[in-house]
Design a protein around this ligand. Structure first.
Ligand code: 5GP
Ligand code: MN
Length: 324
């Protein structure tokens, strides 16, 4: 797929007056961080912009909410542009797709591999560790074409995206740009200690209790080269937690010596099981995820299984062996 230039995309943004930004469903630090930064930039330039989400924000990302994040699809009628952020597949904005299509113009900013363009204007670069890195470059271009100034909240938001999508700079995708842009953001006002405190140091006790329950389900395949665990709705009730609090377990499992692939199944509903996968050094997860209707990155991918938790576990155990 051929990208449009950030210059062209900026021109479209500057022409428009009203826009809705769409992070992917179950938004993470990168999706929300890049949305908030762009929404604030657009507002600074006198535009009317909102971040339209599907579902509740994770607890540890609520500090990003500047009052313009909403679930209300009627907040703007017929906006000039719909902007997909950190996602380029319509399945990732499924519950908002009709609204997305309401706009005359559409723009996609993403770092997930995808061959089919979602929007009229697309900028997708899967070599970028975080969509927030692309968003930083877009804001620089907007600065070239307007009198935009970075504020502290924009910088904190973009830094949150880079920090979380690189796994605190531990993942293989961490690049010169990840460090360089982070340093630029600090220069422009980001407070890295504040962000780290918000994202990682305010865990509710229930999260640890949930993690303990998940670890009890651990199954080892092929001598521990693959580890599989699950989180059920029952566990959430018992620990008074939300499903996003299960997320970090999949990277904890990968950290075990000798483990190449870790898998976490998350029961969002009776027939809605989200699969989270991580690999350590040689398995490319993208083809496997895509074959199941999902996607992602070489070392972090996911998809949804529309079966009961029990059947989804059986399916994974049967199929995953082909990966290592
Ligand atoms: P996570 O395991 O953190 O939910 O997702 C890991 C990576 O895989 C993320 O980059 C995410 O965007 C991608 N991913 C997870 N689930 C899906 C899915 O259902 N569809 C697609 N296309 N990508 C997914
Ligand atoms: Mn991302």
């Amino acid at each position: 797929m051929v990208n449009n230039s950030l210059k062209e995309i900026t021109q479209e943004l500057l022409k428009a007056k009203t826009m809705l930004l769409y992070p992917h469903v179950n938004p993470d630090g990168d999706a929300l961080g890049s949305c908030i930064a762009l929404e604030r930039a657009l507002r600074q330039l006198g535009k009317e912009a909102y971040v339209l989400v599907e579902g509740k924000l994770p607890n540890n990302l609520q500090f990003l909410d500047d009052g313009y994040i909403t679930e209300d699809q009627n907040i703007l009628e017929n906006p000039d542009i719909s902007i997909a952020v950190d996602c380029s597949q319509d399945s990732r904005i499924k519950g908002r797709l009709d609204k997305f299509k309401e706009a005359k113009n559409s723009i996609c900013i993403d770092h997930h591999e995808n061959d089919i363009p979602l929007c009229q204007y697309n900028y997708i670069d899967s070599s970028e560790a975080a969509c927030s890195q692309i968003m930083y470059k877009l804001l620089l271009e907007m600065q070239n074409q307007s009198d935009l100034e970075f504020d502290k909240e924009m910088c904190n938001a973009l830094y949150t995206g880079i920090l979380t999508d690189t796994g605190c700079f531990k993942n293989s995708n961490s690049s010169f740009d990840s460090f360089n842009i982070s340093a630029e953001l600090v220069k422009l006002g980001a407070n890295t200690y504040e962000v780290a405190q918000e994202v990682y140091e305010k865990e509710p006790i229930g999260k640890i209790e949930l993690e303990a329950k998940i670890l009890e389900t651990l199954k080892s395949v092929k001598d521990g080269k693959i580890l599989i665990a699950y989180a059920s709705q029952k566990m959430l009730e018992e620990t008074n937690t939300e499903m996003d609090m299960a997320d970090s377990v999949v990277t904890t499992l990968r950290s075990i010596e000798g483990t190449e692939v870790s898998v976490l199944l998350k029961e969002y509903g009776p027939e809605e099981i989200k699969v989270s996968m991580r690999s350590k050094s040689y398995v490319d997860l993208v083809p496997f995820a895509k074959a199941h209707g999902g996607g992602g990155h070489t070392r972090a991918s996911g998809y949804t299984i529309e079966k009961s938790l029990k059947d989804a576990i059986l399916e994974i155990e049967r199929e995953i062996v082909e990966l290592v």
